[in-house]
Ligand binder design. Structure first.
Ligand code: C5P
Length: 221
């Protein structure tokens, strides 16, 4: 990638897990580290883009110079992303958004006076699907972490969410697990085009994803 080839462009990146409260001291979440999204945000910044990073809680420091919006729940992420969507050029949606949230978060700490307890869950909004519905000129890049039927699920998501590119990884493969510094992915494009990439550093992959987004943007204009 040449220097500053993203200058003049706005890139919205989501990263990390969401956390969904059960009561004031407990929550549901997942194993996302945020490394992939932060790498994309850092790479886009280095290449001259304006970068908005919407992130759930992670142990990482936001790259210096990004516009950082910290969120906890999927609904907060939804609001932050939708608010910025109309004026960005590229969206890279690497956050692991919780599919379900506790139906009601208890006001007070739940006491352990039952032998068994049930938490009722309800579905969170699918942020990326909503972006797909509202897409005008943005290049939309999604991620999919799967443990089986990777290609089939990836093709289905690409189509259902109206994406331009889906980065699919099998999280059961060594080197592609949650929290790793490397990833092994397939790039999936409309028209059932699937490109297997070798195992690479998340930073290298971040630049590769931005290269692809730039190409897609050039060919859609
Ligand atoms: O369907 P699945 O959750 O595997 O899709 C993954 C992609 O969709 C990721 O890019 C993720 O950030 C996005 N997503 C979302 N909102 C959700 C669930 C997933 O934006 N509620």
């Amino acid at each position: 990638a040449s220097d500053q080839d993203l200058s003049g462009m706005s890139v919205l990146v989501t990263a990390g897990p969401t956390v969904e409260p059960i009561d004031p001291v407990r929550y549901l979440t997942n194993r996302s580290s945020g490394k992939m999204g932060y790498a994309v945000a850092g790479a886009a910044l280095r290449r001259g883009a304006r970068v908005i990073l919407v992130s759930g809680p992670t142990a990482l420091k936001p790259p210096h110079g990004v516009e950082f919006i910290g969120v906890e729940t999927a609904r907060e992420m939804f609001d932050a992303v939708l608010a910025h969507y109309p004026h960005v050029d590229v969206v890279v949606k690497s956050a692991a958004v919780a599919d379900y949230r506790p139906k009601e978060a208890a006001q007070h700490k739940i006491k352990k006076n039952q032998d068994q307890m049930t938490i009722e869950l309800e579905k969170n909004p699918d942020i990326l699907a909503e972006l797909g519905r509202r897409k005008t000129r943005q290049i939309l890049v999604g991620f999919a972490a799967e443990t089986k039927e990777l290609e089939k699920n990836a093709l289905r998501k690409l189509e259902m969410k109206n994406l331009d590119l889906l980065v699919a990884n099998d999280v059961t493969r060594p080197g592609a697990e949650f929290g790793a510094d490397t990833n092994i992915v397939k790039l999936v494009y409309p028209g059932q085009i699937i490109v297997q990439l070798p195992k690479m550093d998340k930073k290298t992959l971040a630049d590769r994803i931005l290269d692809e987004a730039l190409n897609l943007r050039a060919s859609s204009q």
